[in-house]
Ligand binder design. Structure first.
Ligand SMILES: Nc1ncnc2c1ncn2[C@@H]1O[C@H](COP(=O)(O)OP(=O)(O)OP(=O)(O)O)[C@@H](O)[C@H]1O
Length: 307
C-alpha cells in the first residue's frame, strides 16, 4: 500500500503558542482515517498545513508523494479539502461555483462529474440557485461538492456534519463511503465520535498539539475503554469491596467499571460471599466516546499506543 499523507516532525508555533508539537503521521492510500481531539487541539491547523494553506514552523508534509511546499500545485491537485468555515462567492449559483472550481484546477469539460456530484449530494433542486439563498446545511453540501470537482485521490473533511441534519449526514456518509470504497483516501475530523467509530479504520487523538493516541478503532476500544457491568441486586446494596469499582447507582441499577473480563469473576465472588443475589446482569459494550473521555482526562498516564 502507498502512502497518501506523510507528516514528519511537524511543529507549528503561533507566537508563544506551540499549536502542533512534533506531529508524525503516515496515512495509507485507501484508509478512512479520523483526526479527533477537543476544541483547540490543533486539528484544523494540521489540516491547513497538509493542504498547504498554513506553513509549518518546521517539519515536512507530502501528499501522494508530493511535498506540499516544494510541489504545491501537484500536492494540491491530489487533495480535496472540505473546510469547516462556510466561505463562498454569494453571486454564483451552485453549478457556477462548481464550474469555477473546476477551472481553478484547469479542468474544462467537467459537466458529467459535476452532475454526478450534484445528484449524490441531493443538490439537484438547488443547482441553479444562488449561493446566498442556500441554508447552512445546503452550503455545506456545496463545500463537499467543491472539494470533489477534480476527483482528488485524497479527501479531507473538517467537521463536515457540524450543524447538518440527520438526512444529509446519512446521504453524505453514503457518498463518502462509496468514494472510499472506490479507492479514495478519507481523512475526517469530527466531534461526533459515533461517526468516527462507524466509519473509520484508524484514529489519531490530538491533545494540546500532540498526538497522544494512534491506533485502529477496535484496538482502542478493547485496550483502553474497559467494560461496564450493569447489575440489579437484592438487597439493593453494593458490598464494600465493590464500592471502588462502582461508577453509578440509578433506579436500582449499579454500574461497575472493570478493565478485563476476568474481573467479572472477582465481582461475582464478592457478591456470593456477601450473600447478595444478582437479579439482573448486563455487560455493556464500550464505545469510542468512552475511550476519548478516558484518554482526554488521563492522557498523562497513558503510553503512546500504535499499530
Ligand atoms: N492563525 C492563528 N493565530 C493564532 N492562533 C491560532 C491560529 N489558528 C489557530 N490558532 C490556535 O491554535 C490552536 C489550535 O487551533 P485549531 O483550530 O487547529 O484547533 P482544532 O483542534 O481544529 O479546534 P476545533 O475543534 O475547535 O476546530 C488553538 O489554540 C487556536 O486558538
Amino acid at each position: 500500500m502507498n502512502t497518501a499523507i506523510e507528516v514528519r516532525q511537524v511543529h507549528k508555533h503561533f507566537g508563544a503558542l506551540h499549536a502542533l508539537n512534533n506531529i508524525d503521521l503516515e496515512i495509507s492510500t485507501g484508509e478512512f482515517f479520523a483526526l479527533l481531539g477537543p476544541n483547540g487541539a490543533g486539528k484544523t491547523t494540521l489540516i491547513n498545513i497538509i493542504a498547504g494553506l498554513t506553513l509549518a514552523s518546521s517539519g515536512s508534509v507530502r501528499v501522494m508523494g508530493h511535498d506540499v511546499i516544494a510541489e504545491y500545485r501537484e500536492a494540491r491537485r491530489m487533495l480535496g479539502v472540505v473546510p469547516q468555515e462556510l466561505v463562498f462567492d454569494p453571486f454564483f449559483t451552485v453549478r457556477e461555483t462548481l464550474v469555477f472550481q473546476s477551472g481553478y484546477f484547469g479542468i474544462k469539460k467537467n459537466n458529467r462529474w459535476i452532475d454526478e456530484i450534484i445528484h449524490h449530494l441531493d443538490l439537484s433542486d438547488k443547482a441553479d440557485t444562488n449561493m446566498r439563498s442556500l441554508s447552512g446545511g445546503m452550503k455545506r453540501r456545496v463545500l463537499v461538492a467543491q472539494a470533489l470537482v477534480h476527483k482528488p485521490p485524497v479527501i479531507i473533511l473538517d467537521e463536515p456534519t457540524a450543524g447538518v441534519d440527520v438526512e444529509l449526514r446519512q446521504s453524505l456518509w453514503r457518498f463518502i463511503k462509496q468514494l472510499n470504497h472506490n479507492g479514495h483516501t478519507i481523512v475526517l475530523t469530527t466531534h461526533y465520535l459515533e461517526e468516527a467509530e462507524a466509519l473509520c479504520n484508524r484514529v489519531a487523538m490530538l491533545k494540546n498539539g500532540s498526538i497522544i493516541v494512534l491506533d485502529n478503532v477496535r484496538n482502542l476500544i478493547s485496550n483502553i475503554a474497559g467494560y461496564r457491568i450493569r447489575l440489579q441486586l437484592s438487597p439493593d446494596t453494593i458490598p464494600v469491596a465493590l464500592q471502588p469499582l462502582t461508577i453509578s447507582h440509578d433506579q436500582g441499577y449499579y454500574v461497575l467499571a472493570i478493565e478485563e473480563y476476568f474481573q467479572l469473576e472477582n465481582v461475582m465472588a464478592v457478591l456470593r460471599s456477601t450473600q447478595t443475589q444478582v437479579l439482573e446482569l448486563q455487560i455493556l459494550q464500550p464505545d469510542l466516546e468512552e475511550v476519548f473521555v478516558k484518554i482526554m482526562h488521563g492522557a498523562e498516564n497513558l503510553e503512546f499506543v500504535s499499530v
